[in-house]
Unconditional design. Structure first.
Length: 141
């Protein structure tokens, strides 16, 4: 009877550990999915900065809007670069790419990083949308 109870306890313990690791891997995958969604937009962001650069010399309200849009794009770009650097400082490539087990502290960081990368995504998307609207374009290469 004790062997059966011990076997059940060990099986349950193994199951709980497996579920925790799966949740950790899922969060890491969600974070990387947001990164992978936004990263291809960085080229578009740079293109828009270039398009706005010559238009900001105008001292009118329109010129200030171009300048603000360019600044928003540059800040979004910097936010992405900062997030990637900080994320890379917190997690190893083995943890990011291969799902290596994380210590408790890093598991807590996953929640923080998920919120941070979502904020960066929103900043990038809104700055691109604003610049495109300002330039009178919704879709450019």
């Amino acid at each position: 009877m004790k062997k059966i109870l011990l076997g059940i306890t060990l099986s349950l313990f193994t199951f709980v550990i497996s579920c925790k690791e799966e949740a950790q891997n899922t969060k890491m995958e969600e974070i990387m999915a947001v990164h992978d969604e936004v990263m291809p937009k960085m080229g578009r962001l740079g293109t828009l900065v270039g398009e706005l650069k010559g238009m900001e010399n105008d001292s009118t309200e329109t010129g200030r809007k171009y300048q603000e849009a360019r600044q928003d794009l540059q800040e979004a770009n910097q936010a992405m670069m900062d997030w990637m650097q900080n994320f890379g400082n917190r997690f190893t490539s083995d943890e990011i790419l291969n799902g290596a087990a994380l210590p408790e502290k890093k598991k807590q960081w996953l929640n923080e990083e998920k919120e941070k990368v979502k904020a960066v995504r929103n900043q990038i998307n809104s700055s691109i949308e604003n610049a495109e609207n300002l330039l009178g374009s919704t879709e450019r290469p």
